[in-house]
Design a protein around this ligand. Structure first.
Ligand SMILES: O=C(O)C(=O)C[C@H](O)C(=O)CO
Ligand SMILES: [Zn+2]
Length: 278
């Protein structure tokens, strides 16, 4: 298992950071390694982002010492989205097949979570997020057809996109986790514009579908004190609750957003006016 921990930083601290420090503190660039589970534990809302790519062998989600738990989901819930080829997740012996871009929610209390690929020449690539949970809730699979879809932006402002809300109230009951997958239309490059903050929830963006040789410039920081981090395919970035999180690509792309914190209200955002960004 590849495992790391990230501390929380204050706006004052982030203001002083150079490129390397900013990347070490917020960028997650060890995801999607074959036959490995990678985990990053953030002190923001004790959120975990990780991946599992079972190529030659099945991968079991084991607990880590930091959790001081008998098993990974003893006090946590888990959301998984498959960004690779067909695979399955077995949850205490029950198997859920996940096609490309299908999601699975697993409530706390499940002891045995095992990731498998259908075909080792074309493995499944599972991206997952986990947050502390206070009660057991049913496991549920959600396909892209079941997603709650928001059509946002326009081609004129280069931000026409579909926000597919997958693990969200009304579709799946969770304790504090929300996850979804946003896809930008051809010709649109800006996600989450106008940008926002939500002091009540932290968030992590995981970028995917970025073509080879292209990249996304992710913007973070307080709305009047922004910084940027260049992102490549299958990298993720932690957004503190006080930070904007938005990006512009050199082509269109997709990203998975996941968040947790004080509430489960997706629409609870404080918009940062474009003209007031600095
Ligand atoms: O493109 C968007 O807009 C998003 O996908 C926004 C995220 O869902 C988000 O930041 C939710 O807080
Ligand atoms: Zn957000």
């Amino acid at each position: 298992m590849i495992y790391s921990k990230r501390y929380a930083s204050s706006p004052k601290e982030v203001k002083q950071m150079d490129t390397d420090t900013l990347r070490e503190t917020f960028l997650i660039n060890d995801l999607m390694q074959e036959d490995e589970i990678s985990l990053t534990y953030s002190h923001y809302d004790r959120y975990i982002a990780g991946s599992a790519v079972p190529k030659k062998k099945e991968l079991k989600l084991e607990t880590v010492d930091l959790l001081k738990a008998e098993y990974f989901l003893e006090r946590r819930e888990l959301g998984i989205i498959n960004v690779g080829a067909k695979g399955s997740v077995s949850v205490d012996g029950e198997t859920y097949t996940l096609e490309h871009k299908e999601a699975l929610y697993i409530g706390c209390g499940k002891k045995d979570v095992v990731f498998k690929s259908e075909d080792s020449t074309s493995p499944a690539k599972f991206y997952f997020n986990s947050a502390p949970a206070h009660k057991e809730l049913p496991t549920k699979k959600v396909g892209m057809q079941e997603a709650n879809k928001l059509e946002l932006g326009s081609l004129e402002t280069a931000n026409h996109r579909t926000v597919n809300q997958l693990i969200i109230g009304g579709i799946v009951e969770t304790c504090q986790l929300q996850m979804g997958l946003t896809e930008l239309k051809t010709g649109s490059v800006w996600n989450t514009m106008p940008a926002h903050v939500h002091d009540r929830r932290m968030e992590i963006y995981f970028y995917l579908d970025i073509p080879e040789e292209q990249a996304v410039c992710h913007f973070m920081g307080e709305p009047q004190e922004t910084r940027h981090v260049w992102m490549h395919n299958h990298q993720a970035i932690i957004s503190p609750p006080w930070s904007i999180h938005a990006g512009s690509g050199t082509s269109n792309y997709s990203f998975i957003w996941g968040m947790a914190g004080e509430n489960l209200d997706y629409a609870d955002m404080d918009i940062a006016k474009i003209k007031e960004l600095r």
